[in-house]
Design a protein around this ligand. Structure first.
Ligand SMILES: [Ca+2]
Length: 308
């Protein structure tokens, strides 16, 4: 896997809640910026729990990337369960940013898109209600353009970890089907998002565990342990982030199935119509799992701070 030939700005959406692979993914993201592959324009949080902003901001700072613009959907408190890594991370790293200090996520996306002189890529490793609300947002003080117009004008491509595509593109997966909020959002994004979308599905990364080789006191290792996966977690979010930062499915080690994705608005079940002129694609691995696992683990290990 080589390095992308051009540096693109990206906005990354994360739930930073119901699983710990978001933490692994954020390390990969900061690494990709340090490699000159992407520039992190902002991060949007699609879930809100105590210590969301405090832990994410403190983690990014500890990774060597302080001051990232963070937006949050402060109403998105209904995804269930409360993992403990966020509280422990915030307290250990002295995270001081409050959720209330962050801009509303839709306004953050609108502000960032309106400011951007060139097209950027969006990466989503959480739930999609912020993206759906962005599409439906009217013109405002930030831009006279609607959200749909802003995305059409300023977004090159959307990269998404969501769906379960291995059974003829039909399955049920958490990021679409977690609850009513996520189902309605996934349905809307698949039906109305104006740019190409590449999906990396549950089946791609479920058996590829990463993060288990890190030192015990490393911040990613501590989050995985707090979440109950000290030997490594499935690499859904980090593999999608690495794919998006490389910016080329083939270069990242995948073939694509092209067509149109759908999410059933009642059940949250995803489906896929294969046709050559579709705007959507899902990725299928062309290498053994070990190749992808080693790529992620090498990145994670290269970022371990010797002063911790
Ligand atoms: Ca996630």
């Amino acid at each position: 896997m080589g390095i992308s030939r051009r540096c693109r700005s990206v906005i990354v959406g994360t739930d930073w809640w119901t699983d710990s692979d978001d933490v692994v993914a954020m390390r990969v993201l900061v690494w990709a910026e340090q490699q000159g592959m992407v520039k992190i324009a902002a991060v949007g949080m699609s879930a809100c729990m105590p210590y969301s902003a405090a832990s994410l901001d403190a983690f990014l700072t500890a990774e060597g990337r302080p001051g990232v613009r963070i937006g949050i959907d402060i109403e998105a408190t209904d995804f269930g369960k409360v993992p403990k890594y966020q509280k422990n991370m915030a307290e250990r790293l002295n995270g001081a940013k409050r959720n209330e200090d962050c801009e509303d996520a839709v306004r953050m996306y609108r502000r960032t898109l309106a400011e951007m002189p060139n097209k950027l890529d969006l990466i989503e490793i959480g739930y999609q209600q912020v993206l759906a609300a962005l599409l439906q947002s009217p013109g405002d003080d930030l831009s006279p353009l609607t959200g749909l117009e802003l995305v059409t004008l300023k977004v090159n491509k959307l990269w998404v970890m969501a769906g379960h595509w291995e059974n003829d593109g039909s399955g049920v997966e958490n990021n679409f089907a977690r609850n009513r909020r996520s189902i309605v959002a996934g349905h809307h994004v698949c039906a109305h998002w104006p740019t190409p979308i590449t999906f990396l599905g549950w089946e791609v990364s479920n058996k590829i565990l990463t993060g288990g080789t890190l030192p015990e006191d490393d911040n990613v290792a501590l989050a995985l342990r707090d979440h109950g996966f000290p030997n490594g977690r499935s690499s859904w979010d980090p593999m999608l982030v690495l794919l998006a930062c490389l910016g080329d499915e083939e270069e990242a080690g995948y073939r694509t199935v092209v067509g149109t994705a759908h999410v059933d608005v009642d059940s949250g079940r995803n489906s896929f119509d294969v046709h050559a002129d579709g705007k959507h694609a899902y990725v299928v691995k062309v290498h053994p799992d070990e190749v992808y696992r080693e790529a992620i683990d090498r990145i994670l290990e290269s970022c371990v701070r010797s002063d911790l």
